[in-house]
Every structure is written in C-alpha cells, then in structure tokens.
Design a binder for this molecule. Structure first.
Ligand code: ADP
Ligand code: ZN
Ligand code: ZN
Length: 742
C-alpha cells in the first residue's frame, strides 16, 4: 500500500505529492488526513507530512512512513478543501492545511492548564525577515532555539508555560534567546478563558417586527429543510440584523447543530460577544481571533473540537474551526475587507463559507448596511436571495448629515483643519456634556515632509515610500519597514530652509483640538496607540466609562461600536480614500462615511454628522449625505461595467519581488510571455511594470495585472506559467481582487 503525502513546508518546490510506502503494521489503520513523520531528502530528522491519498503502484523506489502522529487528525473533507484552495489561491496545499490544524500546531492534547494570575510572556524583538536570515546564515545553530523562534513567528506574545507545552523547548533556552537580543520577556496577566469574567444579564428574545419576522422565517425554512441557500440581509445600521441572527442561531441550537458567525476582526469587541453571552450563556460559545494568545486559542479550539461549543464567533480564520455538525453560517458586515486575507494563503472567507454551506447543506447569510457592490449585484440578479430591513428597530432616527465645503472655508480665510461649522458643534456638545467622535480618514494619507522650493519629499531609502512625520519624537518614520531618522530642517536637494510638513495625522489633530478646546478631555485611537493586546478595548472603555469629551481616531473608530452619549461625529477630510489607486475607492469611501455616521445618535438623542470635504459634488459623498445606498450602487455599477471591474471581471495581480531588479524584470517578462502564449481566450493582460510602491525593505516589486473572470482555464494557465520559473531568489505571489493595490 502506498500513501500520497504532502510535506509540511511552504517552499514552492516541495508543493508536490510524494509517495511513501505504508509499513504493514499501519495498513488498515492509516487514513486520509493523518499526520505522519517521514524521512525526507538528506535530513537526519523526520519531516511532518499529511496523508492526502492512497494508491497501489508507484514507479519509484519508496521509503517507509516512519510514524503516525497521535492527537488531532484532519479528515477527508479538510484535505479536499485544502486541495481546492491551493489551486484557487495559488499556494501550497500545506499552507492551507495549516489553517485547519489546532493552534500552535499541537500534536497532542493538553489537559492540564496553568492558571496562575501572572505569567512570563515572550515577544519577538527582531523582525521576522531578520530572524530567518540569521537562521539561514547559521548565526543561530541550536535546533531548539530555532524551533522556539519559528513558533514565536507564528504565535508572537506566548506565555512561557504554553511554549513549553506546545514544543520541545525550555525556559533556559528562551532566556538565552533573550540574552542574545531575539526576544523580550514581560510579566503579564493570564486570562485562560476570554469569556470567564463576563457577568451579563440574561436577555430573552425580542418580538420581531414585520420585516425581521419575514427575514427570520425565510432563512428558517432553509434551516429546517437542510437547504444550501445564500441570503443577503441588507438593513440600515441599527435595523435589528443582530437580533435576527440571534433568533436563527437559537433555532439551529434547538436542532443540536452548530452555528458559525463571522465578524470583522476589529469589531470582535466585548460588546459584540456580550450580546451572544447574554442570550445563550458562555458555556456553548467559543471565540476565535488573532488577539488571543496561542494557549487561549487552543482552549477555544478544543471547546469546538470536542463539541461543547455550539456557537462560534470569530474573525475570518474561524471558518476553518473543527465544527462537527454545522447548521448555519452568518457573515456580519460582509463588505468588510478583513474577510480577505492579504497574506499567504490569500483566501476570501466568503468563498470558503459558500463552499462549506454547500458541503453541509446549510444556509449562508451575508449581512450589511452597505453591501459589497458584487454581493448586491448578485442579489439584484437573483443569485442570492435579498432580505431587507428598511428602518431602525428601536425607533432611533438616522442622524442628520451636513457637508462642509473646505474650499469655501479656505476662501473665508480659515486655515484650521476644523471648519467653523464643526467648531460650533463641538463647542455646543462640550457645553451639553455630550460626546464627540472625530474621524480622520487616513488611508493613503499621512503627514509627510516636503520642500516648498524644489518639491523634494522625504522618502524611505529601503522602501521608496513617503516617510511619516511624528511630532512627539520629531522623527520621520517608515510605516513599512520601521526605518526612522531625525526630522530634516534643510532640504538635502536644494539646501532651502523652506521645508514643511503636510497632511494631518491623528496625533497632529489631537494637538490642534487641545489648542482650540483647552478644557476638553481627549483620547486617541490609531495604530500607534493600539499595539498592546486589548488596548482597543481599553481605549473604548475609557472613552465610554470616563465620559471623555472627544475620541479622535482612524478607521478603527468606525466599526460597530455603540456609545449612547455620542451625538456628534465629525469627519475631518472625507476625500483621501477617493484617491486610492484602487477600483474600490468609491465603495470604500461610501461605506466608511455611512459607518461613521452610524455611530451618532444611536438612542434617544438624535445624532449629527459633519463631513468636511474638498469634493462636495462627488457622488459617493452626496450619496452618503443622503444615506442612499441604492443611489450609490446604481451609479457605481455603471462605472464598474464600463471599466470592466468586479463583478464583471476579476482583477488578478501577479506580484514578483526580490533584491535584484534585473532578475525581477526577467522573471516578470517570462511569466507574462508564458501566459500570453498559453491563454487563448479573450482577456486583458498588462505588460509587467514596477508596482506603485516599487521597493519595500530593499526588495524590488514588479507586477502583472490581468482582468478576466477567474475560471478553471485561467487558473490552469497561471499555474503552468510558473512551471519553468525556478529562481528561488524571486518571490511570486498571486492575488485575486486584492485589498491593497499598492
Ligand atoms: P444591527 O445589527 O442591524 O445594527 P441591532 O440588532 O444591533 O441592529 O439592533 C439595534 C437596536 O435595536 C438594539 O438596541 C436592539 O436591541 C434593538 N432591537 C432590535 N430588534 C428589535 C425589536 N424587534 N424590537 C425592539 N428592539 C429591537
Ligand atoms: Zn528643496
Ligand atoms: Zn521603509
């Protein structure tokens, strides 16, 4: 008997099926999905592999499988999905299998958990690339040290007791790594169960309004009939979508089945979880997201695997949870970009959810107030059933939205980033002791330094992107590679002293606000203030509980939060996301503005939203003023059709990067000509060109863009176009409809 094995490795060359002999003692025991140890190449130690199939004959002389690993096993369905994903997302099968393995790649079951209050927690002190290079150059030799570092690359911020449990290492080894500057160890509170301290009052189900009832019954019919069907639950913010989810989940529970509920990573806050715990209790709920430590993730995973958890709430990777008896999949805020992975495997959780719904004959619900243009297009064309909730459920009114033309402000001589109108409203809110949120749309927009005489712009020497000015330290920093330098006073090109910084960061906005309103209390939320675990929660709790006057923040303030005392939302400059080099720029701007506006006046007090912009006539800004999704969609879909963008086409981006620009260019051209030769159908392909950000961390970046429907034909073409590329110094990534086009 011969087993087909996939080696656990992300090296492209090893992405093959290897044949191994099954020793007689394992015949009849071994199964697809088993994790095995096998001899591989010239290595003295065994490699881990996964059994993906069996056959009777092989043309080669085969080695024996050494051992079948104990503990969690994958199943046939897992392997089948991994194979489909590897093809569809152009990556290794083992990369996809990884998503389905227990956290920390655990090979055994841990029953004894450490529960002391405070523990030593380990963080990496160097960048991943740097560590991998040191390993490659044999600066680190000890196998155990290497193993520990690799584990931390996947699970940064792990408790020592956990690391010792997951892999064969020790505190002494971690201490050595600390001494050599690779890691730092900090004392930290340990919280084994993220649901434990929840003291929430039990809520019982609400009487649904007519629209909710109709939505509920329609989906419930599919639940009862074990029917795979896709729904779009399209309802304005606060229309009671979550209440519909809760009641559907209750039905699924009655049938002793399990529900998966995906939410955007960033809105997986205690507020969201509380609503589920208060309805169902914490016993049967498991949560999965990247902010949990590896030990916490393992416990949650185990709770699902042994069938105790019947409701799984999580970010995109939760779609791979080891659920036994699936009853429904719900994807809330389905338009959110976090459902698409930006790193290998570059999967879209929506595609996976659809596949799983089909395999398990269960309904899939996509919910949103501002659906993805593609999703709404499908709903209009009856590929998805549309369910609509048209008004707010608790009778709260939608906020008033006003647009301020910043060009007029300038003409009036107001050079501040706060318009007269917004100033008055903030002042008023302060007087009435109501809270305000100021939102800075910062994507592709930050504080940069420019010479007003010659136009010189300070850029990172490794990445060729604009450096960001940080006023606190008076430094210029690169947000890609972490490079930093002192701020410049004199232009290095023309020696002029007329060097100024432009644009507005959240930090500068906070300083301005403090100057204008010296007595107001403020709090800031952005990537710089939210690096530690849970700190998003801390900031939000402080804002709410201490009744801070003004919350200033980026994208992070937008999602799903509910603050009863917030009555004013100010958008500092709505425009910046309009200029993204991305076909979704309009859609993102509209979604963002609608979401921010949704934060105001969620209860008794009516809300007000002020949007400052240089483009008051732009259609997505107009539509967000009127909160008119339908109008936005109708205009957007025409553009998409004209320009051949999704849903009419897919955008496939082949990225080629490496340290040697000539090699990059050659490989790019080779792939390009391969594809042109192989693919005969009608499609658009653009000649290889440097990416907009053409260098990151000293690696040159080129790309090939294609516009066509991603079908089997094109998948095969792309896969075979890479066959004769074997330059290991060049990295190739293929992304379909990527989030980031830079
Ligand atoms: P969404 O998920 O669409 O934003 P929610 O489900 O959070 O909306 O509902 C918004 C508010 O309306 C919540 O406070 C919720 O308790 C309330 N609500 C929802 N459905 C009903 C209902 N049928 N009757 C009364 N209040 C409701
Ligand atoms: Zn100059
Ligand atoms: Zn850089």
């Amino acid at each position: 008997m011969i087993a087909e094995i996939i080696i656990n490795s992300n090296v492209r060359d090893i992405n093959h099926i290897f044949d191994y002999n099954v020793p007689t003692e394992y015949v009849g025991i071994i199964a697809i999905g088993d994790r095995v140890l096998v001899p591989f190449g010239r290595k003295k130690t065994f490699e881990e592999g996964f059994v993906v199939g069996f056959k009777e004959k092989s043309d080669f002389e085969l080695k024996d499988i050494a051992k079948i690993q104990e503990g969690f096993k994958l199943n046939k369905e897992n392997i089948e999905l991994a194979k489909i994903m590897a093809r569809r997302y152009f990556c290794n099968i083992s990369d996809c299998i990884h998503l389905m393995l227990p956290p920390g790649n655990a090979t055994k079951e841990f029953s004894k958990r450490v529960t002391e209050k405070s523990q030593e927690c380990v963080y990496l002190k160097k960048e991943e690339d740097e560590i991998l290079l040191d390993i490659e150059e044999k600066k680190i030799k000890s196998e155990k040290q290497i193993k520990t570092l690799n584990f931390l690359i996947d699970n940064n911020g792990s408790f020592i007791t956990d690391i010792e449990m997951f892999i064969d290492t020790s505190r002494a080894i971690i201490k050595t790594l600390e001494k050599n500057g690779y890691v730092e160890i900090v004392e930290k509170q340990i919280e084994r169960n993220p649901l434990i301290n929840k003291k929430v009052e039990k809520t019982s189900k609400l009487k649904l309004n007519e629209e909710q009832q109709l939505a509920f019954e329609t989906v419930n019919k599919s639940i009862k009939e074990n029917e795979c069907k896709e729904f779009l639950l399209y309802g304005v913010t606060g229309s009671g979508k979550t209440e519909v989810y809760l009641q559907l989940i209750e039905e699924v529970l009655k049938n002793k089945k399990t529900s998966i509920m995906l939410v955007p990573e960033i809105s997986l806050t205690p507020q969201t979880v509380d609503r589920f715990v208060s309805r169902f209790g914490s016993e049967e709920i498991a949560i999965i997201h990247s902010k949990l430590s590896v030990g916490e993730r393992y416990d949650q995973w185990q709770k699902i695997n042994n069938g105790q958890a019947k409701i799984i709430i999580g970010a995109r990777s939760a779609i791979f949870a080891p659920v036994k008896n699936l009853g429904i999949i719900i994807i809330d805020e389905e338009h959110d970009s976090s459902y698409k992975s930006d790193s290998n495997p570059r999967f879209n959780a929506k595609d996976i959810a659809k596949y799983m719904a089909k395999q398990n004959n269960v309904p899939l619900i996509l919910g949103s107030a501002t659906p993805d243009t593609t999703t709404y297009f499908k709903a209009k064309n009856k590929q998805i059933e549309l369910l609509e909730l048209s008004k707010r459920a608790n009778n709260a009114q939608l906020p008033n939205i006003e647009i301020v033309d910043l060009r007029e402000e300038l003409a009036k001589g107001n050079r501040s980033i706060i318009s007269t109108k917004l100033y008055e409203e903030i002042e008023n809110n302060l007087k009435e002791k109501k809270q305000t949120i100021l939102f800075l749309n910062r994507r592709g927009y930050s504080t940069f330094v420019m010479c007003r005489d010659c136009g010189f712009i300070a850029k990172c020497k490794n990445c060729n992107i604009t450096l960001t000015y940080h006023s606190k330290e008076n430094k210029l920093k690169c947000h890609y590679c972490g490079y930093e330098q002192k701020n410049i006073k004199i232009c290095p090109e023309c020696k002029s002293k007329n060097v100024k910084y432009f644009g507005t960061g959240t930090q500068k906005l906070e300083e301005e606000i403090k100057k204008i309103f010296p007595t107001a209390t403020t709090i800031r939320m952005d990537v710089d203030t939210t690096t530690k675990k849970n700190s998003v929660e801390e900031i939000l709790n402080t804002f709410k509980n201490e009744n801070i006057d003004i919350l200033i923040g980026t994208q992070m303030v937008v999602k799903g939060h509910h603050f009863p005392n917030v009555t004013l939302v100010g958008v500092i400059a709505a425009d910046s996301s309009l200029y993204l080099e991305d076909y979704r720029a309009n859609e993102r701007t509209f979604q963002l503005l609608t979401q921010v506006a949704g934060r105001a006046g969620r209860e008794k007090n009516k809300g007000k939203v002020i949007i400052q912009t240089y483009n008051p006539d732009n259609f997505c800004i107009e539509c967000s003023k009127e909160q008119d999704y339908e109008k936005f969609y109708n205009a957007e879909i025409v553009l998409r059709k004209e320009l051949k963008y999704p849903p009419f086409c897919d955008i496939i981006v082949i990225g080629i990067s490496g340290a040697n620009e000539n090699q990059i260019k050659n490989v790019s051209n080779l792939i390009y000509s391969n594809i042109v030769k192989l693919y005969k159908n009608n499609f658009s392909i653009y000649k290889p060109l440097p990416a907009p950000i053409d260098k990151i961390k000293n690696k040159y970046r080129w790309r090939i863009i294609m516009k066509c429907k991603l079908d089997n034909n094109i998948i095969d073409t792309i896969n075979s176009s890479l066959n004769n590329i074997n330059n290991t110094k060049v990295r190739i990534s293929i992304d379909v409809n990527p989030n980031n086009m830079m």
